[in-house]
Design a protein. Structure first.
Length: 245
């Protein structure tokens, strides 16, 4: 068994992507800055995961500033020195997100939403709005298919697209790390309470459509009113029971 395979067995509660990211991240953190960790193929084989799973783990590690990836002769994965902002995101993602921790993360997300909406009003481009509408399309498709979990994940992707517009690196890093924490520990969504879930999802879908429309036309009053309504009515993850890993 390889060293990376042993590292991946340390926490069976994590997904394969998270296990691979944790194992390679630990390897990078223990190596000198700039040290070559191996080729992508070598490390993927040592982790024993599929190519798509491995590439997703690399995306996570690169976004956290833990590794760099170089192509060509002598290329591969190299240990990077995380910036203070990246270390802040890592500390959030290192939390053991039990169900109560996920609820706390949702509260933090809600508190940051108005700041990101302000930034989106001031800085979003036509390309940014197109990305937001693409997430809305996935929300609509999953809603029509009755896929509550898919709808919630598409909703988070919309919020991530809004957050990426912000020029505030600290705000963006904290927010995206909180979203990653919530999403990575969500297993499934089931109806809760007496209200029909399709009815609730339809209302949330329309609220987000209206929010993106307000951002598109730079309607500050409408956008802030909608994000307030978004965060003071029942939240997406609380519209149903979110089962966490």
């Amino acid at each position: 068994m390889t060293d990376l395979a042993q590292r991946m067995m340390m926490d069976a509660s994590l997904s394969r992507t998270e296990q691979a990211a944790l194992a390679i991240g630990q390897l990078a953190e223990q190596a000198p800055h700039g040290a070559r960790l191996g080729t992508k193929k070598e490390l993927q084989e040592q982790c024993g995961v599929a190519k798509g799973t491995f590439n997703e783990a690399l995306r996570i590690l690169q976004s956290r500033g833990v590794i760099t990836v170089r192509s060509g002769p002598g290329g591969g994965l190299f240990a990077a020195s995380p910036t203070p902002i990246a270390r802040l995101g890592n500390s959030i993602l290192s939390l053991d997100a039990a169900e109560g921790d996920v609820a706390d993360a949702v509260r933090i997300r809600d508190a940051l939403d108005p700041l990101l909406i302000e930034d989106a009003l001031d800085h979003s481009s036509a390309v940014d709005i197109t990305r937001m509408r693409a997430a809305l399309d996935v929300m609509r498709q999953t809603a029509e298919a009755g896929d509550a979990t898919g709808f919630v994940r598409a909703n988070w992707e919309l919020h991530a697209a809004i957050a990426r517009v912000s020029p505030n690196a600290i705000l963006k890093s904290i927010y995206l790390s909180v979203l990653d924490l919530i999403e990575s520990h969500t297993v499934s969504v089931e109806p809760a309470g007496d209200r029909p879930l399709p009815e609730y999802i339809a209302e949330r879908q329309q609220l987000h459509v209206d929010l993106v429309d307000a951002l598109d036309r730079r309607d500050r009053d409408a956008a802030l009113r909608l994000i307030h309504a978004h965060n003071t009515t029942q939240h997406e993850p609380e519209a149903a029971r979110v089962h966490t890993a």
